[in-house]
Design a protein around this ligand. Structure first.
Ligand code: SAM
Length: 344
């Protein structure tokens, strides 16, 4: 838990700076801001940002700052130009205890210097509480700012331009790839997904499926590998997709892409939540099977024959799954008017 205490806020004069202190606190990893002056407008503004852009950041105004500092069960760090150097203090500031960061507006009362466990300077020159807080949080959390993915819109990192995915909206192809990277999927996972997409879209075209849905579903089918490489990556991926506000149709493609799906009893035997993970829609079937026909993560982009894919499933001990894979291969091949092993 990281709290930020903003002292000396004057609602009429400090509106913009205090808003920025709160925004920086939220964006760079703090959990809550306490403002030592009542300010309802500020609360409304910050809560609206949280609703739109996600996270669980909290704001409290009118806080009794003396008792907050006194009763804080953790470490209290006062940011001040007069303090010890940030790089000298950092190694001694505990990471496993709640942290209260105190920043001022105008002159900070002398007692704060004594109540704090550390008085820390971000350069011993006067500048701004916004900058001091930003630098401190970034250094303390080593750049690991939270993704805040549960808002009405998710902003995806992009070297140029803007990629924003709205809740329930289908991302573009480019947005889907950016999303894979932004949640932490390794390059080889992204390359695998692109290879699966390439094949899946060709299958979709031949059998009249929804190409956009297949394309985005295929690109995102392994998004759960940013969390785990076990069998549960499909479930983790579907959960992540819902958190990210992706359409449910995409989450279902992700959840049902393992082999030719899993029955409830197979899922139970694998320690997964007991329900059917069999692909149902044409698009779910296409992504699952294109994934079967594009190598393992050891050779992530290599095409493999359906027989080889079925043998691989057999080796992993799922006889039913291997049979279903062959049946799915036949079903889709028939729909496409070509044996999919011949589609290169
Ligand atoms: N003169 C004021 C004082 O005596 O505290 C400083 C006012 S300054 C505009 C507002 C806040 O910015 C300070 O209370 C402090 O939290 C932060 N600040 C400014 N320069 C800083 C620095 N070099 N290092 C850390 N914090 C700084």
């Amino acid at each position: 838990m990281i709290g930020v205490l903003r002292l000396g806020h004057r609602p009429d004069r400090d509106k913009r700076v205090t808003t920025h202190v709160a925004l920086v606190a939220r964006a760079l990893g703090a959990d809550k801001i306490f403002i030592a002056t009542p300010d309802e407008d500020l609360e409304v503004r910050i809560r609206s940002v949280v609703r739109r852009f996600g996270g669980r950041f909290q704001i409290e105004t009118g806080t009794n700052w003396r008792s907050l500092i006194k009763n804080w069960r953790g470490c209290r760090v006062h940011l001040t130009m007069y303090g010890q150097r940030l790089s000298d203090a950092l190694p001694s500031i505990p990471k496993d205890k709640p942290l209260l960061l105190i920043v001022g507006a105008e002159k900070v009362p002398k007692e704060v210097y004594h109540m704090a466990d550390f008085n820390v300077a971000v350069g011993n020159q006067p500048h701004s509480e916004v900058a001091a807080l930003a630098v401190f949080l970034d250094r303390f959390l080593e750049g690991a700012a939270p993704a805040h993915a549960n808002g009405e819109a998710v902003i995806l990192p992009h070297p140029r331009g803007k990629t924003v995915v709205g809740k329930g909206e289908m991302p573009t192809r480019e947005g889907a790839i950016a999303l894979m990277r932004s949640v932490g999927c390794a390059d080889y996972v992204v390359a695998h997904c692109e290879a699966v997409e390439e094949l899946a879209v060709r299958i979709a075209r031949r059998c009249g499926a929804d190409q956009r849905l297949v394309s985005v579903g295929a690109l995102l089918h392994d998004i759960g590998r940013s969390r785990t490489h076990g069998m549960s990556h499909a479930i983790a991926g579907a959960r992540l997709a819902m958190e990210l506000g992706l359409p449910e149709r995409i989450a279902r493609i992700i959840e049902r892409h393992i082999g030719a799906g899993l029955t409830a009893s197979e899922a139970r035997a694998l320690g997964l939540p007991s329900k059917s993970y069999i692909p149902k829609t044409l698009e779910e079937k296409i992504v699952a099977h294109a994934d079967n026909l594009v190598g393992t993560l050891k050779s992530p982009t290599k095409r493999i024959a359906s027989k080889q894919a079925a043998e691989r499933l057999l080796k992993n001990g799922t006889r039913g799954g291997a049979k279903r894979l062959i049946a799915l291969h036949k079903e889709l091949s028939k729909k496409c008017g070509i044996d999919l092993d011949e589609l290169d």
